[in-house]
Write a protein of this length. Sequence first.
Length: 167
Amino acid sequence: MEAAAVVAAAAVEGRDRFGLGWRPELAAGILAHLDRIDLVEVIADDYFAAGRADLRALKTLAAQVVTVLHGVGLGLASTVPVESKRLDRMAWLIEKTGATGWSEHLAFVRGGGIEIGHLAAPPRTAVSIEGACRNIETARRIVGSAPLVENIATLISPPMSDLDEAE
């Protein structure tokens, strides 16, 4: 069942779902309690260059529980096109592991070829929206499915914003 379908089913059933972010130090506890976990989110970028054993372990996990690969480096919210190499790696990882789906932050992560080292909220402008829409469509086309999109929490309005968060 796709991650979005798990969330939708929970809403229809009127019950909460429980998910965890995968961390190696939590592995024993997660694996011992899979009957109580509805979803596991795994940082995809950590597996883009993984060896056979790590990929096999991730595939085994994905066969036992809904597993969503979560990207942190695409920069979907940028006006700069996302790197197809990163999208190719995500598509490859989904295929190799059988993960249910994938997600990514709606964030700005680079500019002028410089990685800023963290996930930043993009300016809330029509130009940012257009760039994000192009990048999400490119991602959907290359990966084969659209990402679940996670916003960036921020206490301030990003510089140059002319829209509020809801807009």
